[in-house]
Design a protein around this ligand. Structure first.
Ligand code: GLA
Length: 737
């Protein structure tokens, strides 16, 4: 292992490995000045500085130091109130009633691995080293510990910050961004992902504007409106060209990733808890830990950036126990029956599930006391006595007897006003005094900052899981938060609730994961409304969207794949016409759009399954055969035009290459199409499963693989055909020989 962290005598600090270097120093004034972040350097301690000290007009100099203004100094932990007018990483109100702080270097240490964060999920530290710098505001005895973790094998750096108030007076923390990234003046673009229910992960690329761009959430969850992932790209970046700097958070609540292009053109990226509607009261002796932020760097475009993220998330974020575990195929009751589920129907669906060869039956919403539609019963997690008279453990045992695994849906964080739980504990919801709480999907949010609520939820979930026959839990969360107040905390602490909610949720999840380490949890929030590395630290996979129409799904998976490996995604074949957008599409296209996700299944009623039984059986057999392949491999977006999408998936052992090709809208007289593979062994041969043609790796990458023609008109016998019409799809399997 090379030296991951180096420090020079004049206090230059360099974190570097074969993927990147990150360098900063302590200035003579004691300020932590950023020097360099980018590709690896053979001598990172001598990294050239990006900025020069000069007498700029108009800007103030820092506390009387000539030629030194923080206005144009890239800093690791910028504050407001001395000579920097940009949006700060840390902003606080001190006992004197002002918010002027100066963060000066105090000391540093290097530790092996990575200390856990107080009450927050974070990347696993094995194989890493962490540099911890302690900064101090001398006037108020407020300390900030900045942590930087680097691993030998990943192009990712983890950062976090922890505050400690060693003074005698209360300090109110108003902004606590976990990280600051500085990039020198250049032409950059912002890549971010926006959306809403059933339309998550739309990629947008815009030039970095002067002023500030903020991707953020104030909804209580990280949200589909803006996923907590932003990349700064060298202008003109493509899949295979350009310097890229990605930033995300291991956090599931209100976040902000702010990109500011200042008056001197350099760029500051801040990421952390959203300062809007936030305040944290730090009593004397108190500490506060901000969530972990992650940065990844690629000097070779978006494909390499995604690979950095995919490897890291799979190896250091996803629960270790499931890292390379093949996921069961499943039949989910939701789009098969919605709320109309009972024991007999589930058992019958289970028989059908068995016939088409899936591993697991998932009982979605509708199983608990009185839950006949979405207006009631969330909170009352007992099996409905009429529809499931024998209870869930008995049902699970019957499914086991049929040779199926069993999964069940919960939406633990919610309560309907029409429920026994709400009648008994009206003060357990998020609410503010004397205002009627707003409803979302007829439901209210439980106040997870309360220990009694966490205990209740552990108890009701444990009551179901403790039978030992539950293999999987779909953990849903179907509304955003409003009236975010708690009856459990004093007035001055109400602006802490949104974050305290997350800390409470993480406490509950820690308890559940410790009690049920072998249960596979799937993260869902109306689909992708909380698809982030905080949740995925606990749950190896997520229901990325309620959109199962294949065209919609292609965009969603394609967008999300910039950050997330497909190991963490679940997909099922839903009905056609699709229930969200009415599109009619073939079973083949519906399956193939999710074919490279680790977890694959079906959500169709028995009539639809029977109608397509043999094709469904074939696709589920394919899913069975390939389930070990679909964990730990390499996903690549190889083609995206207005009417085509092609994805390549290369297995972990690099022996098998799956290529899925989607043709969106049909047209007459189309040109011949090709797809160029990536990352193959240039001098190895690959045999195509269908037809047995053999191609050399370099030819597949340089000359491409011809795509089949749409079967309109006549074609010579050696031309492969695709089904005619819109939304067709094909799969090519290439095996290294
Ligand atoms: C959310 C989920 C769906 C389904 C329903 C059940 O919308 O995203 O998959 O579980 O809730 O109410």
């Amino acid at each position: 292992m090379s030296l991951l962290i180096q420090i020079s005598d004049d206090r230059v600090f360099a974190l570097s490995n074969t993927h990147f270097a990150y360098v900063f120093r302590v200035s003579p004034e004691g300020i932590l000045e950023h020097l360099y972040y980018g590709g690896p350097l053979s001598d990172p301690l001598s990294a050239p500085r990006h900025h020069a000290r000069m007498n700029r007009h108009v800007v103030p100099t820092f506390q009387g130091t000539p030629f030194y203004s923080l206005s144009d100094t890239p800093q690791e932990c910028p504050a407001f109130g001395t000579s920097d007018h940009r949006f700060p990483a840390v902003h606080a109100l001190n006992a004197d009633g002002n918010n002027v702080f100066t963060w000066l270097y105090e000391r540093h240490e290097i530790v092996d691995t990575k200390p856990p964060l107080d009450g927050l999920p974070s990347a696993r530290g094995d194989g890493s080293k962490t540099l911890i710098l302690t900064l101090k505001d001398s006037l108020h005895d407020l300390y900030a510990e900045l942590s930087y973790t680097i691993w030998a094998d990943y192009g990712v750096i983890a950062r976090s910050v922890r505050f400690e108030n060693k003074g005698a007076a209360v300090i109110d923390l108003k902004h606590v961004f976990s990280t600051t990234l500085n990039l020198p003046a250049d032409d950059y673009e912002i890549q971010h992902f926006h959306g809403t229910w059933s339309r998550e992960f739309n990629e947008e690329r815009i030039p970095v504007p002067h002023g500030r761009f903020v991707a953020e959430s104030a909804r209580g969850t990280s949200s589909a409106a803006h996923n907590p992932y932003v990349a700064i790209l060298q202008k003109g970046t493509t899949e295979s060209f350009g310097r890229c700097y990605g930033t995300t958070l291991v956090y599931s609540g209100n976040f902000a990733i702010s990109v500011e292009r200042g008056e001197f053109e350099d760029v500051r990226v801040l990421a952390g808890i959203n300062p809007f509607d936030f305040n944290w009261r730090l009593e004397p002796g108190g500490t506060f830990s901000a969530p972990e932020a992650l940065h990844a760097y690629s000097g070779n475009g978006l494909r390499a950036l995604s690979h950095q993220w995919h490897d890291f998330i799979r190896d250091r974020i996803s629960p270790e126990r499931f890292r390379h575990a093949p996921r069961p195929t499943y039949l989910n009751t939701w789009e098969a029956a919605y709320f109309d589920v009972d024991e007999a129907k589930v058992l019958s669906l289970a028989d059908t599930a068995k016939q088409i060869g899936v591993d697991m039956l998932v009982l979605d919403d509708g199983w608990f006391d009185g839950r006949e539609d979405d207006t009631s019963s969330l909170g009352d997690w007992r099996a409905d006595p009429v529809r499931f008279p024998n209870g869930i453990p008995a049902l699970a045992a019957q499914l086991k007897a049929k040779g199926l695994k069993f999964g069940i849906w919960f939406e633990p964080e919610m309560v309907n006003p029409k429920s026994q739980l709400y009648a008994a504990h009206p003060d357990w919801i998020l609410h503010v005094p004397a205002r009627t709480p707003s409803l979302g999907r007829h439901q209210l949010t439980l106040d997870l900052s309360r220990a009694d609520v966490q205990d209740y939820l552990f108890g009701v979930i444990d009551a179901v899981l403790s039978c030992g026959d539950v293999d999987y839990v779909k953990w849903d969360m179907n509304r955003t938060m409003t009236e975010v107040g708690s009856a459990g905390l004093p007035k001055a602490r109400q602006p802490e609730i949104a974050h305290r909610y997350m800390l409470g949720l993480y406490v509950l999840l820690d308890r559940l994961m410790a009690a049920y380490p072998d249960v596979l949890f799937e993260n869902c929030a109306s689909g992708g409304n909380r698809f982030d590395l905080g949740m995925l630290s606990y749950m190896p996979q997520g229901w990325i969207s309620d959109m199962c129409d294949p065209v919609g799904r292609l965009a969603i998976i394609g967008g999300a794949s910039h950050l997330f490996p497909l190991d963490v995604m679940a997909a099922y074949i839903g009905p056609s016409p699709n229930h969200q957008n009415g599109r009619v599409s073939s079973l083949r296209t519906r399956f193939l759009a999710g074919a490279f996700c680790a977890a694959r299944g079906v959500s169709l009623n028995e009539t639809d399954i029977t109608a397509d039984q043999s094709e469904l059986t074939d696709w589920m057999a394919f899913a069975q055969r390939t389930k070990s392949d679909m964990v730990g491999g390499r996903f690549d977006r190889v083609k995206k035009t207005d009417d085509e999408v092609a994805w390549q998936y290369t297995t972990r052992d690099a022996q098998t290459v799956y290529l899925a090709y989607f043709h969106i809208l049909s047209a007459p007289n189309m040109p011949a199409r090709r797809v160029y593979c990536v990352g193959l062994e240039p001098t190895e041969d690959y045999r195509l499963d269908a037809g047995g043609a053999i191609y050399r790796g370099d030819a597949l990458m340089q000359s491409g693989l011809p795509m089949p023609r749409v079967s309109i008109g006549e074609a010579a016998p050696d031309v492969t055909l695709m089904p005619a019409g819109d939304f067709s799809a094909d799969l090519f399997v290439l095996r290294r020989i």
